[in-house]
Write a protein that binds this ligand. Structure first.
Ligand code: 13P
Length: 255
C-alpha cells in the first residue's frame, strides 16, 4: 500500500486577481521551502478556470493544479462548457467531481457525476469524487447509505484498476466552521474503505480518501493522523497562505 498524502486547496469562486497572485506566490514559495519533506505529500491548488490559464502557463514542480468542475460534453458547440482535454492542455492534472456545491446549487446528479468521472479518466485528469451527507441525512441515520450510494453510482463507470481519489465532505461541515469530530471521520472513512474493498478489491487500498469540511491548520493534525485519512480538501483555509501551509505541515508530520 503506497497512498500519498494529498493536501488540496479548493479556491472555489475566489480570490480576485491581485489577492490571488500573491496567494499563489506565497504558496509556491512555502511549498518550495518544504521540498525535501514532500516526498510522500502532494500539494494541489484548484483555482477557478481563469486562474488555470495563468498558473498553468508557468508550471512549478511542487504544486499541481486541478479544476473544480469539468464538462462531459465532447469538443464542439457547447457554449460555456470546459472539458477535461482542454483543462489538461492548460495544466490541470486533477479535477473535483460532484462537489456538494455543484450537487445542491447546480443540480448535479449521481449520473452526471459518473459521466464526468469517466470523462476525466479518459483525458488523463485524476478525478476526486466528492461525497457527503447533509445534516438532515446524518440526523436521520442515513450517512452510510448516502455516501455508499454516491460512491457506487459516482464511480460506476470507472474500472477497478483506474486511479481515482475519494473526498468525504459532510455538507454540514463545509464552510460552517464545524469540523466533523475525529471519531465521525474515522467511522465514515473506515466504512468507505470497506465499501471500496468490496467494490474495488485489490485496488481499494490504493485509493486515497480525503476529508474536507472546515479543515484548518489547528485541526488538520488530528484528522490526518487517522489511518484512513490520506489528505485534506481545504476550502476557506486555502485562501490564506499561512493557514494552507500549516495544513501542508500537518500532512508532512502525520506521515
Ligand atoms: P471549507 O474548508 O471552507 O469548509 O470548504 C471545504 C470544501 O468544500 C472543499 O472542497
Amino acid at each position: 500500500m503506497s497512498r500519498p498524502t494529498i493536501i488540496a486547496g479548493n479556491w472555489k469562486h475566489n480570490p480576485d486577481r491581485s489577492t490571488g497572485e500573491s496567494l499563489w506566490r506565497e504558496v509556491v514559495d512555502g511549498v518550495e521551502k518544504r521540498k525535501s519533506q514532500l516526498e510522500k505529500v502532494r500539494v494541489l491548488v484548484i483555482p477557478p478556470l481563469p486562474w488555470l490559464g495563468l498558473l498553468g502557463s508557468t508550471p512549478v514542480s511542487q504544486v499541481e493544479l486541478g479544476v473544480q468542475h469539468i464538462s462531459d460534453c465532447p469538443e464542439g458547440a457547447f457554449t460555456g462548457e470546459v472539458g477535461p482535454a482542454l483543462a489538461h492542455q492548460f495544466g490541470a492534472r486533477w479535477c473535483l467531481v460532484g462537489h456538494s456545491e455543484r450537487r445542491t446549487l447546480f443540480g448535479e446528479s449521481d449520473a452526471h457525476v459518473a459521466k464526468r468521472m469517466r470523462a476525466a479518466l479518459d483525458h488523463d485528469l485524476k478525478p476526486a469524487l466528492c461525497i457527503g451527507e447533509t445534516l438532515e441525512e446524518r440526523e436521520a441515520g442515513l450517512t452510510q447509505e448516502v455516501v455508499a450510494r454516491q460512491l457506487e453510482e459516482g464511480a460506476s463507470l470507472c474500472q477497478e484498476t483506474e486511479s481515482i481519489v475519494v473526498a468525504y465532505e459532510p455538507v454540514w461541515a463545509i464552510g460552517t466552521g464545524v469540523t466533523a469530530a475525529v471519531e465521525q471521520v474515522e467511522e465514515v472513512h473506515g466504512f468507505l474503505r470497506e465499501t471500496l474493498r468490496e467494490k474495488w478489491r485489490e485496488g481499494a487500498d490504493e485509493i486515497p480518501l480525503l476529508y474536507g469540511g472546515s479543515v484548518k491548520a489547528d485541526n488538520a493534525g488530528d484528522l490526518l493522523g487517522l489511518d484512513d485519512v490520506d489528505g485534506a480538501l481545504v476550502g476557506g483555509a486555502s485562501l490564506n497562505a499561512a493557514s494552507f501551509l500549516g495544513i501542508v505541515d500537518a500532512g508532512i508530520f502525520a506521515l
